[in-house]
Design a protein. Sequence first.
Length: 139
Amino acid sequence: VFEQKMEEFGARAERIQDDPELSETQKGLRIAALWSDYQPHVADFTAEATRQASQIAEAALAEIDIDAIVREAIAGVEPMVHGLAANGAWAQADPEQMVTYGLVAQYGMDQALDAFDEVQAALAETPVPPAPPAPPVES
């Protein structure tokens, strides 16, 4: 229905623009008046598009398994932690080694937390409704 209304608007606006009897000011005023007739259709379309976008986003986010994402992120860190733990340097009391391994472990944990934050940010985003088109500019 909306597409049909916009095609109708376009045809009527073209007829106004093509009318040699009208001045540019008259054409602009008539197209502005015509636009005001179609503005409710644009508002309805925008509201419906926003509603549907929200439903689509909700359905897509419902399928996201946060626990699986966290497990996957931690699974990437786990081999590194095992490698560090198996290394004999952990058994040494060398303060520099301990600081280095602590930094490496912190990096791995930060990577997992960053992945989790990205998922949370994606879940928190709400779709922005499209802005209605601007009315025609008077010439």
